[in-house]
Write a protein that binds this ligand. Structure first.
Ligand SMILES: Cc1cc2nc3c(=O)[nH]c(=O)nc-3n(C[C@H](O)[C@H](O)[C@H](O)COP(=O)(O)O)c2cc1C
Length: 177
């Protein structure tokens, strides 16, 4: 279960997702994993190919922007070659809604060739607090980090479990009318 090399990818405009990514990375380090963080917030960072095959598993963390992962991430994910690597995803959001982010991002990662084994969401202060809003100003806090560490443990468990058989969708049988 331990000893895996795990890449943790995150986008973070106001450092909420970054904070969670770091906590998750530290938790995985504590579970004997080798972890590397990849900050893909800036345009230039998304032009550098991710070393997908250098890691046994990947974790993707994004904020929810208007019910989805950020548009630039939705544009970038289809450029990846997942090579059937197991992955987990997580989202941070400002207490409004996580909208369609889980399902939509799972689809994009799956279409890019990753096996998505886990998805989670964590609360964080709203980005718009920088402009005067007051939504969850003290989050994330210790209570959130406890949950984030549990997520790291569960992700590692899933990465270490042999993959269930993949069922491919069959074309429906056409019955002549
Ligand atoms: C353009 C924009 C749209 C957002 N849309 C949502 C939303 O739909 N639901 C929500 O709960 N929070 C929303 N938020 C708040 C962020 O998801 C939340 O603050 C997140 O934790 C920020 O993470 P970051 O600091 O890593 O960028 C939005 C923030 C921005 C900037």
């Amino acid at each position: 279960m331990s000893g895996q090399a795990i890449g943790v990818v995150y986008f973070s405009g106001t450092h909420v997702t970054k904070t969670y990514a770091e906590v998750i990375g530290e938790a995985l380090n504590g579970l004997d994993c080798t972890v590397k963080l990849f900050n893909v917030t800036g345009y230039a960072s998304r032009q550098i190919p991710l070393p997908i095959t250098d890691f046994q598993a990947w974790i993707f963390g994004f904020p929810v922007y208007a019910d989805f992962a950020p548009c630039v991430i939705n544009d970038w994910l289809p450029t990846l070659e997942g090579n059937s690597k197991p992955c987990a995803q997580f989202f941070t959001y400002g207490a409004r809604t996580s909208g369609y982010a889980h399902f939509h991002t799972m689809q994009l990662l799956g279409q890019a060739g990753f096996q998505v084994l886990l998805s989670a969401e964590f609360l964080g202060r709203h980005s718009f607090n920088v402009g005067g809003w007051q939504i969850l100003p003290d989050r994330p806090g210790q209570q959130d980090f406890v949950v984030a560490k549990q997520y790291a443990t569960l992700a590692l468990e899933r990465f270490s479990t042999p993959s269930p058989p993949v069922f491919q969708l069959q074309k429906p049988l056409l019955v002549p009318g």
